[in-house]
Design a protein around this ligand. Structure first.
Ligand SMILES: NC(=O)N[C@@H](CC(=O)O)C(=O)O
Ligand SMILES: [Zn+2]
Length: 441
């Protein structure tokens, strides 16, 4: 099948291209980018006024399969990804069983191939069963195709063990995706430690819960030479430390999630409106809207501004979603008892465009860098580039459309978003993976 995408604004960081042109896709590959391509095609797409960018790459997704298929499956997660403009996603290993050996890696990769929507790359756990005691079969999982290891959901609190994992990662040429959270310092906290937490009568999580492990992991990367990528950074001082580490040539990169650059802890509502109105089954112990509960928590205005400036100044490299679906039943309880996490695959592009591009922090080119080109470079993938000869993983994004986010339109099983009903600008119109249209509005 040949596809001709006409008159879109082609934005491709790898080549610096940013101009109106046609894109011809043949046999799964971009064969030509020029003005006024005359070739016949099976499908012609009018992309006038739209951005044509390399398909987004999400370095942080929880697909929940195996083990938590009531929250998400590989199929619904991949549909959500395609709907969000993603062509490649990295799946975190905190499933049941934990992805700590090649068999589970193969299970996910095979299932994702059968689903056949977006590219799924499984990430391997750092320790067996994520228990923090003994290293997982990292070599075996690398042979099975993992591009990275991560203990996401928690930190490996034993620094010596983590150092050994980093030495292995450095030797094997894979990246370490670090969830930074000092387990003991959390001390039962459920939201940011601030005035609003005191008003709600909820236990707080300090910035140092994150910052202490960010500092430690940077030191370990410095000592071992391992490639370290800091997941879901939420604090002002994380940005400062990434900046310092880069100045010292430590191999560190960092990501920010849309909720952390969009919302503050003050946005946490007393109660989710739909829990009253739609379902009329509000939990007896509900004390605040648990769709605002995620890890790390929403921080203060000062942190949000530091994250935005960090992205603008290219200290922060990546925008990832930390897509963390949970069921309504999981979330319909108190802040203390609800699990951490919100969905993100289907709201990341519009929030990035609205908050950061229209907000004056990022150019559209930087948006493409942080959502596609940089993730590809960090993970070491021959992706994130739509120059002629490259695989046709493409997103067509309309930056003109303004609408309200509607969680009922999500392809994900998860509806746990704090953004339902929020007005945003920018919509994914089409997602193409390897020359196949996997989502079309
Ligand atoms: N971010 C979250 O709040 N939750 C994630 C785990 C994680 O990414 O740390 C999850 O698996 O639910
Ligand atoms: Zn995490």
């Amino acid at each position: 099948m040949t596809i001709l995408i006409q008159n879109g604004q082609v934005i491709n960081p790898a080549t610096g291209m940013n101009e109106v042109a046609d894109v011809l896709v043949e046999n799964g590959v971009v064969s030509k980018i020029e003005k006024g391509i005359k070739e016949k095609a099976d499908r012609k797409i009018n992309a006038k006024g739209c951005f044509v960018m390399p398909g987004f790459i999400d370095m942080h997704v929880h697909l929940r399969d195996p083990g938590f298929e009531e929250k998400e499956t590989i199929e619904t997660g991949c549909r959500a990804a395609a709907h969000g403009g993603y062509t490649t996603i990295l799946a975190m290993p905190n499933t049941k069983p934990v992805v700590d050996n090649p068999d589970v890696v193969n299970y996910v990769h095979n299932k994702a191939k059968t689903v056949g929507l977006v590219n799924v790359l499984q990430v391997g756990a750092v320790t067996k069963n994520q228990e923090g005691k003994e290293l997982a079969d990292i070599e075996g999982m690398v042979k099975a195709g993992i591009p990275a290891i991560s203990e996401d959901g928690k930190s490996v609190m034993n620094a010596q063990l983590y150092r050994e994992a980093m030495e292995k990662a450095a030797k094997l040429g894979i990246v370490v995706l670090a969830h930074c959270e000092d387990k003991n310092l959390v001390n039962g906290g459920v939201m940011n430690e601030d005035e609003h937490a005191r008003e709600l009568g909820l236990k707080g999580i300090t910035n140092s819960v994150e910052d202490i492990i960010v500092a430690r992991d940077i030191m370990l990367s410095h000592d071992t030479g391992a490639k370290l990528h800091l997941c879901h950074c939420s604090t002002e001082d994380s940005v400062m430390m990434v900046d310092l580490a880069k100045q010292k040539n430590v191999k560190v990169t960092a990501e920010v999630c849309p909720h952390h650059f969009t919302l503050t802890s003050d946005d946490i509502r007393k109660i989710a409106p739909e829990m009253d109105v739609e379902k009329n089954v509000i939990a007896a112990d509900a004390d605040a809207d648990t769709n605002f509960k995620m890890n790390p928590p929403l921080r203060t205005k000062k942190d949000v501004e530091a994250l935005r400036v960090g992205l603008r100044d290219n200290i922060m490299d990546v925008i990832s979603t930390d897509h963390a679906p949970h069921t309504f039943a999981d979330k319909n309880t108190s802040m203390k008892n609800a699990p951490f996490g919100i969905v993100g695959l289907e709201t990341a592009a519009c929030l990035t465009y609205t908050e950061l591009v229209l907000g004056g922090y990022l150019t559209p080119m930087q948006m493409a860098e942080k959502m596609s080109y940089n993730p590809a470079k960090i993970v070491g993938l021959d992706k994130g580039d739509i120059a002629p000869g490259k695989t046709a993983d493409i997103v067509i994004f309309d930056p003109n459309e303004t609408y309200k986010i509607d969680k009922n339109k999500f392809a994900s099983k998860g509806r746990n978003t704090p953004f339902d009903g929020r007005t945003v600008t920018g919509k994914v119109k089409m997602t193409i993976v390897g020359g196949h249209i996997v989502y079309e509005e």
